[in-house]
Write a new protein. Structure first.
Lengths: 444, 444
């Protein structure tokens, strides 16, 4: 095995490509980076003797198969819904496949075929999902091995802005897919508390955040994810009475985001007619009805039960929501209008550093004693290109590619990285890149 | 022409079948009533010499076509999504088609074919939609003919319980599809006010009701429908600056329903795991999180910002939402659980009378003067079988069948009843059945 194919040369590919190229010479690998933009692919390879960038329209079946045919391991960084095409080719052409995306039902259905052909199909091999699985599972297996019994598992992740680059009242900038940030949490969050199912509908999600202490960083807000119950089985925690996954935000974020939700600005399901002729001010007015007030701002303040000069209202004002400036996008949903406004307001400056925080909380009983352990990762990026986010997505992918290429992975079929064979070497090597969880014993 | 086929012998068919059979002898019509339950069809025909009940599985294409082949006019009372199959047969076999359902896009696409074959395809020929179109259009055309210029059109309809049968704190019982009542308003209500678009997201819909006076009946609540803008063009009101359609409820209903929405009980999009093992009490508990209170009831009161003994809380308590009684339905969504609870609580007693209220409000300028006219229909049913609802859906259908059979309708193609040729004779004959709008001049 010596050929690696990476499909997709976008933002999240940099750390992966750099890692694989760096290991290419000593291992005699050849790395092909394919993208719809061949120039971007070539830039990422940057003339490395063991690599080349090439053009690929992933919907052109023959071109795609020709590239996959020549590879031993394929990494797909395509948008999630396109993985399945590549996966079917990998089954047919007998190639290993690695992605950082959530494993879809369609993908799981290829499990038997992959196993029969002794193929490794590894998904959720990035940050979240990815490093969250690996770091949690290492600790869970650890606690079980010591004879401990887990009573609570909570896991929080946030893609944030580093304090030194934090210069806006929201204490937030986009370091990941803006659309996902705007639409986050729509549906109903489900989790387990004291053995009982709990439900938080979207309309209450951002008002029901909890405060979490991050050692060395202070207090952050956490709102519940929709998928808390999804990993109980695969983590071996079927009987655990408390399980919660959540998203980390800076103090003050959730109350202000709850206001945007309440106004109706995160709704992506219908178009605002003639939105290109409206101003942000008139859009806000369209959401008011019988509220009291002399201005749209005062009416909105009443609608969201805030004083007109509250911190939440100041955040809305800072976004420019009360300005008489044209929206410009025709027939856009409220969510799209908001996304476009935020794209501008929450844009990373060139020298801005992002910051990833991940914290797991384990409560367990060991030899009759109640224990609580927090395991925390804080990593900052270097600037707006070399982000913590792209490193934490790319490095685990790269390390896992190395393990597969060197024949160190024996688990075949469709999987996510919850097995010792995977998480031990990946987490160990991540330390060389400054990615290390710190453990804190917490008083019970 | 002498053969009429009525497909569907359910609840809403009684008044239609009775009307058509009553007119059958003098007109020498023969009426076939077809239903998946042939006994029900025969019961509705009740041995009338000009009618017969027969069995039809509407998905059996050949059986369906055989029946349609023998008819001149077809009335479909099937669930809305099944009309299109019947409509395609009617095109192929050259038959007129009448329904009380909203006309779908698919149906509109058959317009040219129907017109080419000189067929009358009339939809929305019941109460709402139906009588609302006809009574509004008669008045709108009237005002325009006088030289008036409409500045506002608001139209409200409610299927309610008559005051003499009102014996529960919600002042509401089911007189129509319970599922539609539980899911009503999901999405975003859009309407026009002073020439500006207005949006009310579902989460605020039941808190932003308006009070409307119904002459002789007192004050009612009205919440906005989603479809206010839909009929502007077809009503000839493209330029009107104020248009609103709404649903009428008794005083106190909207605040209490808003509480159910806020808790999350109207959400039909996800299953509550093991819901058959839960009680209503534990379901309510699952929706609480960090609220203060000694009991689930107190926590819910805090969640919906009510005092524990408020009228809204009393309504929730009356439903049995805090009782430790098993839910019994497995993996049901909150909305389905609520629907089943309400089915029992809001069931019509045999002798209960329902009541339909419809009110149009027209504001217009005539000879330099501002005018406001309210046009109101109030009709009560006789009992839980002979309801105002079924009469107001069935009679316009029946009258229109007569008009078509007697060759009095010349408008072909796919239509809704907004033309004088239709609304004048239908509204006139409805008066014989006690269905009459009363007009009130209102001070401006």
């Amino acid at each position: 095995m010596n050929n690696i194919l990476i499909i997709g040369a976008g933002r999240s590919s940099t750390a992966l490509i750099n890692y694989v190229l760096q290991k290419a010479k000593e291992n005699q690998w050849f790395v092909t980076v394919a993208d719809a933009d061949p120039q971007l692919a070539e830039e990422k390879v940057d003339g490395h003797p063991n690599g080349r960038g090439t053009w690929l329209d992933v919907m052109k079946v023959n071109d795609r198969r020709e590239l996959i045919e020549r590879a031993d391991v394929v990494v797909s960084l395509l948008p999630a819904h396109l993985h399945i095409e590549v996966a079917q080719d990998c089954i047919r052409l007998k190639k290993h496949l690695i992605t950082a995306s959530y494993v879809s039902k369609e993908m799981y259905r290829l499990g038997d075929k992959a196993r029969e052909r002794e193929l490794i199909f590894m998904g959720e091999m990035g940050l979240d999902p990815g490093i969250d699985h690996m770091s949690a599972m290492q600790k869970i297996d650890d606690i079980k091995e010591m004879g401990g019994k887990l009573t609570a598992f909570r896991s929080y992740t946030g893609g944030l802005i580093a304090p030194e680059s934090d210069d806006n009242p929201w204490h937030y900038k986009f370091t990941w897919n803006p659309r996902n940030v705007v639409l986050a949490g729509q549906g109903t969050a489900q989790y387990l508390e004291n053995g009982k199912y709990k439900y938080i509908p979207y309309r209450r999600l951002f008002t029901k955040y909890r405060l979490v202490n991050i050692p060395g960083m202070g207090e952050y807000e956490v709102y519940a994810n929709r998928d808390s119950l999804l990993y109980r089985e695969v983590y071996g925690l079927s009987d655990i009475p408390n399980i919660l996954r959540g998203t980390i935000r800076s103090r003050g974020f959730c109350d202000a985001w709850a206001a945007l939700v309440k106004i109706g600005l995160t709704n992506g399901s219908y178009p605002i007619l003639d939105s290109d002729k409206l101003t942000y001010h008139s859009l806000m007015e369209a959401f008011t009805s019988n509220e009291q007030g002399n201005s749209v701002k005062e009416k909105i303040a009443q609608l969201i039960r805030q004083e007109p000069d509250s911190e939440v209202m100041q955040k809305l004002e800072w976004l420019g929501l009360f300005r008489k400036k044209k929206i410009k996008i025709p027939n856009a949903s409220p969510a799209l209008i908001l996304e476009n406004l935020l794209l501008d307001k929450w844009k990373l400056k060139k020298s801005d550093k992002d910051m990833i925080i991940m914290q797991h909380e384990f409560e367990y009983k060991l030899k009759g004693k109640k224990k609580c352990l927090h395991s925390t990762l804080v990593l900052k990026g270097a600037d707006s290109v070399d982000t913590a986010m792209s490193r934490l997505v790319g490095l685990p992918l790269g390390i896992f590619v190395r393990l597969v290429m060197q024949g160190k992975i024996t688990t075949t079929g469709v999987n996510i990285p919850v097995m010792k064979q995977v998480y031990d070497p990946v987490l160990e090597e991540l330390k060389d890149y400054g990615v290390e969880f710190k453990e804190t014993e917490v008083e019970v």
